[in-house]
Design a protein around this ligand. Structure first.
Ligand code: NAD
Ligand code: TYD
Length: 368
């Protein structure tokens, strides 16, 4: 039986991981530590919040004393670290929060873990610090380059990816210098339920429903390697169970798509849902108008993101061979489930797109 501290468990991937873990390992104890920034939402944990083996703590990972107290009082043996500022566009307009949470926050967790698990009267054998990172630390690829492996040199290009790269290096150093049992996973772009609608896929679905423009940065030919979020949780599970301490594992879906093609695919899927389910036209009268005129007409090419990485692609051979990892969801089924989830959960996305988010978006558009 494991006792997990999940940082950032009220965010997109963290919440999906908590759902996955509690369903698969019902005897384990799960404590979520989350600061509930704009990206964190208690509604993401609604279905587990009343379980006896679940505890939510509202707090900041930079608060080392709080983290130490949680590790001791809750008897934590496994820390799974998702908490981060995660949106590249925000890192360009305001990098400070990324340095603070992604670098200083990870450092604070490492100090707390070392103090409690290694520096006490006895070492906690079998402890694990798992750090959730991204493929963006490897930089960008040309169309013909081979995909990123775990040996690809780090070359982060945005303040977001640079802050994640720095945190990866700190995690590595705490293993090599102090013997902390760490693992790191570097995953490609995720999609699925509870994805905050500032990221491409949920933004496109919700903008269609509001009959708003679908902004395509630059020429729309940038490529991302998309993975259904539950398959990310499954990959982390395998790393926690059988991954070698001190190692990095790439997790990806072998599923590269140009942005413009993703947007067109989603447009078609939403149109098909409106044909299948006539009630949608009543629920979303604005979208109905757009869909009748062809949703793709909402596509609007806008100024490119500064420093925009052209292509990401993950080579997950090591994780496949060593841990037997294979994604379970195909892109076809995953994206259909995701679109259906957004159509069924309007109250969720309406509520997370509150004033602060709308203000941020308004600022972006007024400055371009
Ligand atoms: P998210 O922005 O949806 O959620 C982040 C969560 O962290 C939120 O609940 C937020 O409240 C919390 N948080 C932020 N700052 C905090 C702080 N100082 N203290 C405590 N909690 C804090 O992010 P996500 O998309 O779920 O990403 C989770 C992790 O996965 C991140 O580390 C990210 O770098 C990594 N990752 C994301 C993707 C992706 O496609 N989204 C891909 C690969 C890796
Ligand atoms: P995003 O979901 O922000 O993830 P990341 O930047 O971490 O890959 O963006 C995915 C891709 O979609 C990226 O190439 C930027 C592009 N994009 C747009 O073209 N328009 C948008 O409105 C957004 C949010 C993203």
């Amino acid at each position: 039986m494991k006792k997990l501290l999940v940082t950032g468990g009220a965010g997109f991937i963290g919440a999906n991981f908590v759902h996955y873990w509690m369903a698969k390992y019902p005897a384990d104890k799960v404590v979520v530590l989350d600061a509930l920034t704009y990206a964190g939402n208690m509604a993401n944990l609604d279905s587990v919040k009343d379980e006896g083996n679940f505890t939510f703590v509202h707090g900041n990972i930079c608060d080392q004393a709080l983290v130490e107290a949680l590790l001791i009082e809750q008897g934590i043996d496994t820390l799974v670290h998702f908490a981060a500022e995660s949106h590249v566009d925000r890192s360009i307009t305001g990098p400070d929060a990324f340095i603070e949470t992604n670098i200083m926050g990870t450092y604070s967790l490492l100090k707390a873990a070392k103090k409690v698990w290694l520096d006490g009267k006895s070492i906690l054998e079998g402890h694990r610090f798992h750090h959730v990172s991204t493929d963006e630390v490897y930089g960008t690829l040309l169309a013909t380059d081979p995909a990123f492996t775990e040996d690809t040199a780090y070359a982060p290009n945005s303040p977001y990816s640079a802050s994640k790269a720095a945190s990866d290096h700190l995690v590595r150093a705490y293993h090599h210098t102090y013997g902390l049992n760490v693992t790191t996973s570097n995953c490609s772009n995720n999609y699925g339920p509870f994805h905050f609608p500032e990221k491409l896929i949920p933004l496109v679905v919700t903008n269609i429903l509001h009959n708003k423009a679908l902004p395509i940065y630059g020429d729309g030919q940038q490529i991302r390697d998309w993975l259904y979020v539950e398959d990310h949780a499954y990959g982390i599970d395998l790393v926690l169970q059988n991954g070698r301490v001190g190692e990095n594992y790439n997790i990806g879906g072998d599923n590269e798509w140009a942005n413009i093609d993703i947007v067109k695919t989603i447009s078609k899927l939403v149109e098909q849902e409106f044909i299948k389910n006539k009630a949608l036209a009543t629920r979303f009268p604005n979208a109905k108008a757009a869909i009748e005129q062809n949703t793709e007409s909402l596509i609007t090419y806008v100024k490119d993101r500064p420093g925009h990485d052209r292509r990401y692609a993950i080579d997950a051979t090591k994780t496949n061979n060593e841990l037997g990892y294979q994604p379970k969801e195909s892109f076809e089924t995953g994206i259909a489930k995701t679109v259906a989830w957004y159509l069924d959960n309007e109250s969720w996305w309406q509520s997370v797109m509150d004033g602060s988010y709308q203000n941020w978006i308004a600022e972006q558009y007024s400055s371009t």
